[in-house]
Ligand binder design. Sequence first.
Ligand code: EPZ
Length: 416
Amino acid sequence: MDYIEIEGGVQLHGHVRIGGAKNAALPIIASLLLTTGETRLCNVPRVRDVFTFGQLLQALGANIRSDGSELVIDTSRIDRFEAPYELVKTMRASFLVLGPLLARYGKARVSLPGGCAIGARPVNFHLQGLEALGAHLELTQGYVSAYAGQLRGATITFPTPTVTGTENMLMAAVLAKGTTVIENAACEPEVVNLAEALARMGGRIIGAGSPRIAIEGVSDLEASVHDIIPDRIEAGTFLVAGAMTGGDVTVDRCRPQHLGTLLDHLRGIGAGLEVGADWVRVISVGRAQPLDIVTAPYPGFPTDMQAQMMALLTRADGRSVISETVFENRYMHAAELCRMGAKVDLEGSDAVITGVPRLHGAPVMATDLRASAGLILAGLAAEGLTTVSRVYHLDRGYEQIEVKLAALGAKIRRLP
Ligand code: EPZ
């Protein structure tokens, strides 16, 4: 298993180009099951989860070829309708094939995703929504077996916003008979990117990006070409890296309008920011000020940036409190940061961080995708050598992060 070695204490300087968003690419790839023909996807990130999702679509009968950062996917011959446990357990986003397979073929057998390091992550809202649209579901041997003649439009109200739940419903409703309304829908930019792709295929969707989305079912959808939006979490990760190392970093080809709350928080800790049309520059101005953070569904502060901001706040000049309101166990990185000299006390869903003047390098272990990003950032700011093991977590959502960081001056390398 690879691990990453970092010699900390180097200020990062320069420009980094942001790739496509993993969490936009995955639902859009799933949505191609709704069409027949060949679709070209542009700005696709070359990360492990996208590769795994491509394998899943090939297992269903699709033909995929990659062409640099473009994927060409032909779904003319889908002839299998099962997402096996072996795949779903490694990538819970595989559950996103359930809605489109039901809508297009009227049947699907998808393994229930288990929990993961950050929480139990049930899919009950997905199942309730599909039943509201007329699907018949049976849960047997850890699988959902789903059948539907013609899905029919309905009103679906989510108790709390769910990103992939909203995405599954969009893909099921777009071919249903009649109108569907999703209340308390997720507003994430990745949901909007999916709705844009579905509209380009011929879908009729109003209100994506707001808590109320209306979908007018159509009879079929056409393959076309889609652009994946830039990854706001990758952009945020590099901005925090620049702020933490006392550097001056510009992230290019991003969408600043998707970073609103994060930029407010970076200003809150005292970083200097310049914001352009598709770039953001962060200039560190010395030791961070402490800051209280509450994670929330978009447009609130993203839970996927919580570990990265915790790493930054471990060296702030004072006490910060992070409240993680989205997932029940997303503090696995706290203990690892403490091994580097941080002072983090967990109190239920709150993490109380007492800033220390410096971190020291140490061997640490990644537990989930964004926790590993937080540990990399801590290593960049720590004095001495840090080794991060189990970096396969990192590769799920970041494309060559160590190469991009090295290009900004970091002393970082991947070792087998
Ligand atoms: C998506 O996960 C993202 N993954 C996650 O990113 C992200 O952290 C999360 O949204 C929140 O923004 C993808 O888009 C592939 P949710 P998702 O359904 O859709 C509860 C990463 O790092 N819930 O919005 O699975 C759930 O337990 C990943 O790239 C139910 O109770 O998250 C959680 O507490 C990690 N029942 C809350 O809702 C359900 O049926 C939000 O979960 C569904 C969700």
